[in-house]
Write a protein that binds this ligand. Structure first.
Ligand code: ADP
Length: 310
């Protein structure tokens, strides 16, 4: 069977807000299944999603979604995609089931079908019991769930989820991530999940597009990106005045480095001879190595490397 083409393609896309450039000449693709859109706040993730939906018009570039050109067919695209925005988007005074049914009607479903689907998706996202309550009485976690419900109600082929776990407690977050996985793995929906949280992306997605400061800095299968082009070490040091200066020195020597909990830093040493290099740099900086252990690269290492490449 032929490989399916990309679900989303961007070619040379630049978006500016006044003098602020949010997307800088972006060319990338999103394949089928669940793909993460990972980057720190302000990287341009929401802007990319809004551009793909036709809400923000780029200064330059072309985009295709589900084989359709965004500039030429934004309404056809919108009928086939669902969007869970980052900010609240409910209508005050409306209960959940009326709101979600209304969203379904806006997407073109007849009234009876819209109401039936609204009940179904509210149960699916875990709001069955609360479906007759007004949405403004909902907790943050429930508001996230209803945003997912309205994105799903018209049975889209592609879902854009913008920071879906924002503001959720750990249990709610786990449940949201399970829903995202279920949609992609069992329901055959293509999902683009934007997040600044690495564990969320690693748990839900096979592929990732990593963004920083308006650019794509890494792109591909998460497992592939984690294959080392060097070695990663866990390191704990004793340094007069704290490890910050040593971290700066490691970075100046071309070693990506980030602190984790428990006083341990993770250091990526490109090429061969990793441990030796670290000992030499520590000796030169009069820093005592307390703990050094080779480690398996994580998505966080990939991210640190990608974002570190200016
Ligand atoms: P992310 O979703 O990764 O947090 P955004 O796409 O929201 O990033 O923002 C990218 C950049 O564009 C940021 O510098 C942000 O301040 C800016 N930006 C976003 N929306 C607007 C807007 N409506 N007007 C002006 N600047 C904006």
């Amino acid at each position: 069977m032929a490989e399916p083409g990309p679900v989303v393609t961007l070619e040379g896309v630049t978006v500016t807000y006044g003098t602020n450039t949010a997307l800088r000449d972006i060319s990338t693709t999103f394949g089928a299944g669940a793909v993460g859109l990972l980057g720190p706040n302000g990287a341009g993730k929401s802007t990319m999603i809004k551009s793909l939906l036709g809400f923000v018009v780029p200064n330059q570039g072309r985009m295709r979604v589900l084989g359709l050109d965004v500039a030429e067919a934004p309404l056809q695209i919108r009928a086939r995609v669902g969007y869970m925005p980052e900010n609240d988007a409910h209508i005050p005074g409306m209960n959940a089931v009326s709101f979600v049914a209304y969203c379904a009607e806006l997407s073109g479903l007849p009234r009876v079908d819209a109401m039936q689907r609204a009940h179904e998706v509210l149960f699916y996202v875990g709001l069955g019991e609360a479906r007759y309550r007004n949405v403004e009485t909902y907790s943050t976690g429930m508001k996230q769930r209803i945003k997912l419900a309205q994105a799903l109600v018209h049975d889209p082929e592609l879902l854009f989820l913008d920071e879906p776990t924002n503001g959720m407690d750990p249990k709610g977050r786990d449940e949201m991530l399970e829903l995202v996985r279920d949609l992609a793995l069992n329901k055959g929906v293509n999902v683009i999940v934007s997040s600044h949280l690495l564990p969320d992306i690693e748990y839900t997605c096979r592929d990732v597009v990593v963004m920083d400061k308006g650019r794509v800095v890494a792109h591909g299968a998460i497992e592939g990106l984690k294959q080392p082009r060097g070695r990663v070490f866990e390191l704990r040091v004793k340094a007069a005045g704290g490890p910050e200066r040593f971290i700066e020195q490691l970075r100046a020597a071309g070693l990506e480095c980030h602190a984790t909990d428990d006083d341990v830093m993770r250091v990526f040493v490109p090429g061969e001879g990793g441990a030796q290099r670290l000992f030499e740099l520590a000796a030169a900086a009069s820093v005592q190595v307390r703990h050094l252990r080779p480690s398996v690269p994580t998505l966080e290492d990939v991210f640190a490397q990608a974002v570190g490449e200016e």
